[in-house]
Design a protein around this ligand. Structure first.
Ligand code: ZN
Length: 439
């Protein structure tokens, strides 16, 4: 273990009563400040709420093809992609050497210290710079650099709170390696309460970005080159989208051994194999040799305490299994559970009401929910095609035919999770694509 003797224990931490309490108060004050600002903005523009969701849905479902083609132009020349291929970094498990100053965003952060920096990728149209905080803890002991990003989609709030809690629980003097956190990547979307950038684009389709491309491509380029390239591993925090919520879970490309190693570190988390979509931060970072996982927890536009706590516990377990922190209390049974999955879609339009909740165990044929036509009162039932567990579901709402309503995970072993997903998808639908459900 890289730690000197006689350091951090929970008892030791509690001996300084102000430390934890003061950090919490400071964090809440910050959140309150941000929320007040957002509320004020929303109040000034009452039309933003209703139209935003509608337009977002239209953009996502109808212009997906054109959006993808625009995004492709903003990405690096695909011909260059092979330069990033080859064996992925083992930096996470192999990082060794001297603790040294971390140079980030023009600032040197000395070992054993923490700093709050500001990253500014772009300007508002008025010409005023928009900056967002970057939290850095450079440990006193050598080790890997782990990065956390949240709110790449501006309406996904749970990850913001996860980053805050993880950082305010870290003592730089006891940390091995460095922790870099960007709690609000898409600050413009966050201020509007929107998943997207102000130009309606999904920032998470533009990585690794282009300094001469669209606004999204430029922001992506700046984040990637100013911050992400300094990471040995990355955890990108998301939630479900469009009124859907996810059981806390990891999205991981299980064909990549370094990514599999990271899933082991998280402890008792649900792991779903998922090939990263081109242009996502996960895709670009992994291609650049930085193994990356996505945590999906809960739904958008809410702060959900149980989901936040689950995510924090997973990240803190990862810090311990990577040897970056030492805690006396690990997750009870730190075994990840691997799933392949299938979506159950609505075949009729109407009012969707769930009969299950997130995490429910279901048998093949069990009732998941029903859709009732509000005019004819005709009711159709949605039943599970497999025995498994509900790992994602739509909140009760009015749906159209084809709407992906329930995500059923089928437990499997690590080795076959990535292979068998394809078979399941082929049996149930012509495409695995679910609007907005890729991070
Ligand atoms: Zn997201």
């Amino acid at each position: 273990m890289p730690y000197p003797e006689g350091n951090m224990s929970p008892v030791h931490r509690q001996s300084d009563p102000c430390r934890r309490v003061c950090h919490y108060l400071a964090g809440f004050a910050l959140l309150l400040l941000i929320n007040t600002a957002s509320a004020g903005e929303a109040a000034m523009d009452p039309s933003d709420d209703g139209t935003d969701v509608l337009e977002d849905s239209i953009l996502d479902e109808d212009s997906r093809a054109s959006e993808t083609s625009v995004a492709a132009e903003d990405l690096l020349d695909p011909g260059l992609a092979h330069l990033y291929m080859g064996p992925l970094a083992n930096a996470v498990t192999n990082a060794e050497g001297q603790a040294r100053p971390l140079h980030l965003l023009g600032v040197d952060i000395e070992p054993g210290t923490s700093q709050r920096l500001a990253w500014s990728a772009t300007q508002l149209f008025e010409g005023v710079p928009v900056s967002t905080p970057v939290l850095v803890v450079n440990g006193a002991v050598p080790g890997p650099t782990l990065c956390l990003t949240a709110a790449v989609h501006g309406d996904e709030l749970n990850g913001i709170e996860m980053v805050r809690r993880v950082f305010h629980d870290i003592d730089p003097a006891k940390l091995a390696g460095a922790l870099i956190g960007v709690p609000i990547v898409n600050v413009q979307g966050f201020r509007r309460g929107s998943r997207y950038l102000p130009d309606r684009r999904d920032l998470n389709r533009y990585f690794p970005g282009n300094p001469n491309g669209s606004a999204g491509a430029r922001i992506a380029y700046s984040l990637f080159n100013d911050i992400i390239v300094h990471c040995d591993a990355l955890v990108d925090l998301h939630t479900g989208s469009f009124e859907r919520a996810n059981l806390p879970q990891l999205r991981a490309d299980l064909r990549d051994p370094d990514v599999v190693t990271l899933t082991h570190g998280f402890g008792a988390m649900v792991v779903l194999h998922s090939k990263p979509t081109v242009g996502t931060l996960r895709y670009a970072a992994t291609m650049a040799g930085i193994p990356t996982l996505v945590v999906e927890a809960g739904g958008p536009s809410e702060l959900e305490p149980a989901e936040v706590a689950h995510g924090v516990k997973g990240i803190e377990t990862l810090l311990t299994t990577l040897g970056m922190t030492r805690r006396s209390r690990l997750w009870g049974d730190p075994e990840p559970v691997y799933y392949r999955s299938t979506w159950v879609r609505a075949n009729n339009g109407g009012i969707l009401l769930s009969d299950v909740s997130l995490g429910s165990t279901v048998r093949k044929g069990d009732l998941l929910g029903s859709i009732t036509d509000p005019m004819s009162n005709a009711r159709t039932e949605l039943r599970s095609p497999y025995s498994g567990r509900v790992i994602g579901l739509a909140r009760n709402q009015v749906v159209m035919p084809g709407f992906a309503a329930f995500h059923v995970g089928i437990e499997t072993d690590e080795a076959s999770a990535s292979e068998e997903e394809v078979k399941v998808v082929q049996k149930t639908s012509d495409s695995g694509y679910v609007d907005g459900m890729s991070e």
